[in-house]
Design a protein around this ligand. Structure first.
Ligand SMILES: Cc1ncc(COP(=O)(O)O)c(C=O)c1O
Length: 355
């Protein structure tokens, strides 16, 4: 029986076209600027982001850290949405490595309001206060269920930050999902920020890595930070080649993933409307509200449906290139079976769910 793996969009394996590109890749020492395939990937990334410079890095976590270092955040505050990945799921690197203090701000469904950011910005006049050094956005927002921040909201936040002399960084792990949902090219989402990264190994389906981009002055510092963090890679064309395959016409695949997520959300809602806010499913993540997430995830796993439990009351499904309609239907059937054995399951406490 096939395994239906909804744990994350990071579980995908390279497609046959990617494997062929790996075999044919021209290679060199990327850390010396000698790898022609990495150079091609970075050129492509400059074009699609519209930024001066772009760098292929091993992971999104490293891209975020390098950005914090390059934006000189040490000793200052970094405004983040309170459920942001950078703040909650990156090992505390913001403090340990970048020497900054997180200033969590609550968004609505993960989407920060410009007014909340304006209220959270702290100046440098009071020596008792760590001044704001950076605003970090996350689009799409992972923990909130792949929610999309509109371009206009990003632009309004950028205006607020610019007036205070503070740069804006974008964690765009799933930027192509946001762009596919909004039906804009990713360049439109890169314009209202000073620096950004996007993942090559999530919805794009590449095996490894991320692209960090920004203006020339920022990237000079970021290149040094990445090198310092151990991100100088050698024959990295091996992993840049499949990324180039993924970047060739990426939007149809993302739209397909989103349609699968909607199918899943509708299927789950048809079992019990309390399970999902189907209207909130915009991209490839479906948060499912249950009474005992660990138990349910384990029972789903026993039926070959892999998910992640996120806290006591939430299991997360992520759609990607290696699940299909049959996987979605198998997941819905499996959860219907499991809940049929728990007729008295109770609605989870809404306060415990991200809003
Ligand atoms: C929103 C977000 N930011 C950052 C990361 C970290 O990326 P990486 O796993 O490439 O370090 C992830 C990983 O899932 C993520 O979802």
């Amino acid at each position: 029986m096939p395994l239906h793996d909804f744990r994350s969009d990071t579980v995908t394996l390279p497609s046959p076209a990617m494997m062929a590109a790996i075999a044919a890749a021209r290679l060199g020492d990327a850390a010396r600027g000698d790898d022609p395939t990495v150079a091609d990937l970075e050129r492509c990334a400059r074009e699609i982001t519209g930024k001066d410079d772009a760098l292929f890095v091993p992971s999104g976590t490293m891209a975020n850290l390098a950005a914090l270092l390059a934006h000189d955040c040490r000793g200052g505050e970094v405004i983040v949405e309170e459920a942001a990945h950078l703040y909650n799921s990156e090992g505390g690197g913001l403090s340990v490595v970048a020497g900054a203090v997180a200033r969590p701000v609550k968004g609505r469904h993960g989407i920060l309001a410009p007014a909340s950011i304006e209220a959270a910005i702290r100046g440098s006049a009071n020596p008792a206060v760590a001044p704001t050094r950076l605003v970090c956005l996350e689009n799409t927002h992972n923990a909130a269920g792949g929610t999309v921040m509109p371009v206009e909201t990003m632009a309004a936040i950028h205006d607020v930050a610019r007036r205070a002399g503070i740069p804006v960084h974008l964690d765009g792990a799933r930027l192509f999902n946001a762009a596919a949902h909004l039906e804009v090219p990713i360049g439109a989402l890169c314009r209202p920020v000073d620096s950004l990264w996007f993942a090559l190994c999530k919805g794009l389906g590449g095996p490894v890595g991320a692209i960090l981009a920004g203006d020339a002055a920022f990237m000079r510092k970021a290149r040094r930070a990445v090198r310092m963090l151990g991100g100088g890679m050698r024959q990295a064309g091996l992993i840049a080649a499949p990324a180039l395959v993924a970047l060739d016409d990426p939007y149809p695949a993302h739209r397909r993933d989103h349609a699968l997520a909607r199918r899943l959300a509708c299927g789950l809602a048809a079992i019990d409307a309390r399970l999902v806010d189907a209207d909130r499913v915009q991209t490839n993540i479906v948060n499912c509200h249950v009474d005992d997430a660990d138990d349910i995830a384990r029972d789903l796993g026993a039926r070959d449906v892999l998910t992640l439990s996120r806290g006591k009351n939430r299991i997360r499904f992520v759609t990607h290139s290696q699940v299909d309609e049959a996987s979605v239907d198998a997941a819905v059937d499996a959860l219907a079976d499991i809940l049929a054995t728990r007729p008295n399951w109770s609605t989870p406490c809404r306060e415990s769910l991200p809003t």
